[in-house]
Design a protein around this ligand. Structure first.
Ligand SMILES: [Zn+2]
Length: 187
């Protein structure tokens, strides 16, 4: 891992460390070293793009994601009426994945206190519905269909579920693989 890479790691290193919780006493050099030895290349690209602001990694990652979404689209026999929609959805998923902003409702904890009909807390914890239990900042529906350039109806009826179930899960999985690999490396 070069010195340049190490310096790039600085701005978001706190968010990164938060995701690797439980590893007190690690410094940036340890993390940078582990990042350089990940076995899953795409997962490595994702971690670099997300936590090290690596623009080259981001471009490569975007290409890989578009390929992957195109593959899913063919497999699932999606009829895509709007040219470029696949590419836009891949980009949207990438933006949602690499943001290190946390969900405004659960503040990144993924759970919220359950309330009864009168708005009183029941003491139970439930998965946060605003971020679908990801803990991450998510765009609103309106923001999504506007960014994709499609109308609200086709977003709600067709594309929203496909996006959440088949597209957003791809970079999500890559991140889990990457973080898992990092944990192993840093053990
Ligand atoms: Zn949430």
């Amino acid at each position: 891992m070069s010195v340049k890479m190490l310096s790039l790691l600085t701005p978001k290193v706190q968010a990164f460390m938060k995701n690797l919780r439980g590893f007190g006493g690690l410094d940036q050099a340890d993390v940078a070293h582990a990042l350089g030895h990940l076995h899953h290349p795409v997962a490595g690209l994702l971690l670099r793009a997300k936590y090290a602001d690596d623009q080259q990694a981001l471009l490569k990652l975007e290409r890989r994601l578009i390929e992957e979404v195109e593959r899913v689209s063919t497999e699932e026999h999606w009829r895509v009426h709007k040219p470029g929609l696949i590419r836009l959805m891949a980009r949207l998923a990438l933006i949602e994945t690499i943001t290190t902003m946390t969900c405004f409702a659960c503040h990144g904890t993924k759970y919220r206190r359950k309330q009864d009909q009168d708005g009183r807390e029941t003491g139970q914890m439930v998965a946060c519905r605003y971020c679908a239990g990801t803990g991450r900042y998510r765009f609103t529906d309106k923001r999504c269909y506007t960014l994709l350039g499609i109308d609200r109806k086709s977003w709600e009826r067709v594309w929203r579920d496909r996006y959440s179930a088949h597209i957003l899960t791809i970079p999500d999985r890559w991140e889990s693989i990457g973080l898992g690999g990092m944990r192993k490396r840093l053990r």
